[in-house]
Design a protein around this ligand. Structure first.
Ligand code: SF4
Length: 518
């Protein structure tokens, strides 16, 4: 095979930004798979240019003009940007591949704009693309391994790519690592709920941690496991065997059910500085928060006590909630979250609007069947710029009033002050203030108010939200145009719209085929 010129583009964000929090954190949100793909491409003897777009680069200048193959990885919010990049590179003669969450959630749509769209990607799947390397138009080929790869290149092998991204982080530098894939829990809205839990090699984890101590005096590791610590003792044994106690700072996402006091003692001993548990709802998903059948106020009290206990051991805790779940009705869920904030002053609340990402989760089939999934452009599907599921128990304006009220309560100066006083003038304390006054707090309040206002004044917005038209309102079109900048001219025709029932149609036709064959 001839030596190829390959560009691997990791889209951390969807457009230019100047937000302070993005400056500090976006480089730390880099994904692992683009680095893995870069290593595998180099191992196959090709030249790789690795680009991580954090919103501060001139992407047009960064994408090389003379590549044979361009591999883009994107979350759904960066889909339109990825489609424009692909179009530009295809016009220059390159073959293009899309990987990452958007490719897994919306493969049928992405095939219109890429030559290859990947599902689970292992080295064999990548080699299949490298060996074929053809233009596949008008519809790209879907390539997918049966499951996630059993092993990934080490941190040392990925180092030059990690180093290049972390050079963009002005202060906090977090190395992305992963110890397991999938999750044993079955939260119906989650992409990992349908992926079997699979730990990766503990030997490699030990080797990676030792390697990091040769690069930093005190490294910071961000664990990308969907649910860190499912095999808690095996993980902590591996960390303790690999490096001196408390020599590395760790950040991880973990469910409350795994965060018992003995576990927290061990996490503290080993330098865990931030934990992000998902609470999601006061009425549902009790198994992952270890609250069983407790609901409402009873659950608030128990979860608050639990999180306050976690904060005695781990200085930074973000509690995640999903707003707009079908189990929510009336004022109560929002009022309960406010009570939780009062009872748990040091926690940072992370709110996501319920979103159905294409094929991500089984629940989406049901939502599509019920006609509740709306065709908001992908650009807004990041859990807060749009909620593409019509709420079951709220009228839109009522829903946004509740969301605004809760967000304002969570990021009022009074609450920010209480949060800061609970943490003191420390990195977690200042990080909470920064997040609150930046895009996640004040930025969201401003945005939600704007949407709420438009629901009163802009008939096209109201009709779109109600599902009476699929024509994308000017408001959204203008924002995409603004965010894409120079890439707007490369956005292919039709790329603004998508079929919100594509998953259901695919599912139904597969079912019919199976019935015919039976
Ligand atoms: S516990 Fe977290 S990772 Fe696991 S299925 Fe639920 S939301 Fe997904």
């Amino acid at each position: 095979m001839r030596k190829l010129k390959i560009a691997v583009i990791d889209l951390v964000t969807k457009g230019p930004t100047r937000a302070l929090y993005a400056r500090v954190m976006n480089p730390n949100l880099t994904s692992i798979m683009p680095q893995v793909v870069s290593v595998w491409c180099e191992e196959s003897g090709h030249d790789v240019k690795f680009i991580c777009y954090t919103g501060f680069e001139n992407l047009l200048d960064e994408v090389p003009t003379d590549t044979d193959l361009v591999f883009v990885t994107a979350f759904t919010q960066a889909a339109q940007l990825s489609y424009a990049i692909s179009n530009m590179c295809r016009q220059r003669g390159a073959v293009t591949v899309l990987g990452g969450p958007h490719a897994r959630c919306y493969p049928e749509d992405a095939r219109k704009y890429f030559d290859y769209v990947t599902g689970f990607t292992d080295q064999a799947a990548l080699n299949e693309i490298l060996a074929d390397l053809e233009q596949h138009r008008p519809y790209g080929v879907h390539i997918a391994a049966a499951q996630h790869p059993a092993s990934l290149p080490s941190v040392e092998q990925r180092w030059k790519f990690i180093d290049a991204v972390l050079a963009k982080a002005p202060t906090i530098k977090i190395v992305p690592m992963i110890g397991s894939l999938g999750c044993p829990y079955t939260c119906s809205f989650c992409i990992d709920s349908v992926v079997d839990y699979q730990p990766l090699s503990f030997d490699q984890m030990r080797e990676d941690l030792r390697f990091l101590l040769t690069k930093f005096k005190r490294p910071r590791v961000g664990w990308h496991d969907p649910n860190f610590g499912v095999r808690f003792n095996d993980y902590l044994d591996a960390i303790e065997e690999a490096v001196p106690v408390n020599s590395i700072d760790h950040v991880a996402e973990s469910s409350l059910s795994l965060l018992s006091e003995p576990h927290l003692q061990r996490l503290k001993k080993n330098g865990f500085k931030a934990i992000l548990p998902g609470i999601e709802s006061w009425y549902d998903l009790g198994n992952k928060s270890k609250t069983g059948a407790r609901k409402g106020e009873e659950k608030v009290q128990q979860v608050s006590d639990h999180i306050n206990m976690i904060l005695e051991y781990v200085p930074y805790v973000q509690a995640n909630f999903v707003l707009g779940l079908d189990c929510d009705e009336g004022d109560e869920p929002f009022e309960l979250t406010k009570t939780f904030i009062d009872k748990t002053p040091a926690v940072f609340p992370g709110y996501s609007l319920l979103s159905a990402f294409g094929e991500a989760a089984p629940l989406n089939l049901e939502l599509q069947r019920d006609g509740r999934v709306l065709p908001f452009p992908f650009h807004f599907l990041n859990n807060h710029h749009a909620m593409n599921v019509r709420p079951k128990n709220y009228e839109w304006r009522d829903f946004y009033d509740h969301v605004i009220d809760l967000t304002e309560y969570s990021f009022s100066w009074r609450t920010i002050g209480r949060r800061f006083r609970s943490q003191g003038p420390s990195i977690p304390g200042w990080m909470n203030v920064l997040r609150a006054v930046s895009s996640e707090g004040f930025g969201r309040i401003k945005y939600y108010r704007m949407i709420r206002g438009l629901l009163d004044t802009d008939a096209s917005m109201k009709r779109f939200f109600e599902g009476e038209t699929t024509e994308v309102p000017e408001f959204f079109v203008n924002r995409i145009k603004n965010d894409l900048g120079d890439f707007w001219d490369y956005l292919p025709e039709g790329a603004m719209e998508h079929d919100p029932t594509a998953y259901l149609k695919k599912h139904e036709s597969t079912r019919k085929l199976v019935e015919l064959q039976a």
